[in-house]
Design a protein. Structure first.
Length: 154
């Protein structure tokens, strides 16, 4: 019985701890990348977006930068987790679909990292948008929502 408990723990007891770890790692990576874009200024990103024919590239560059920075902070804290994670997921899908799709051919190799990184962040963002922040989040503290079976809540 102890081995079964170790290998298959009750998700209502461990799910929120897993979500906390995922939130912290995902949010930290996003916030760090957003901060680097903020400090450098999003002009470089805007130039790349303009070259690809995106409308309003400066506005979009600021939106992407703030989505990473503020979205990452919100995800880390578990504050407005679902909407923040949804914005992050959308931002990362746009990033890999528009800028890094050519690198998908190198998936699994060192050259594939330019695609793999935003792809993974988009999946993590989507997962957090579905599950919410969990028991160990500001959402749970502020809104008192711990409604799903894994204790994921708001």
């Amino acid at each position: 019985m102890k081995l079964r408990s170790l290998l298959y723990p009750d998700p209502s007891r461990t799910g929120s701890l897993g979500l906390l770890l995922i939130r912290l790692a995902t949010g930290l990576l996003l916030a760090a990348h957003g901060l680097s874009k903020l400090t450098a200024g999003p002009a470089g990103l805007a130039g790349g977006l303009a070259a690809m024919g995106f409308p309003a590239p400066t506005l979009l560059a600021w939106c992407a930068t703030l989505a990473e920075f503020l979205g990452g902070i919100c995800v880390m804290l578990g504050l407005l987790t679902r909407p923040a994670a949804a914005v992050v997921a959308f931002n990362m899908v746009v990033a890999w679909a528009s800028m890094h799709m050519a690198d998908a051919a190198h998936f699994g190799s060192a050259k594939g990292g330019a695609f793999e990184y935003p792809f993974l962040l988009s999946i993590l963002g989507l997962a957090l948008a579905i599950t919410g922040g969990g028991r160990y989040s500001l959402d749970a503290v502020l809104f008192g929502r711990k409604t799903d079976a894994g204790g994921g809540g708001g």
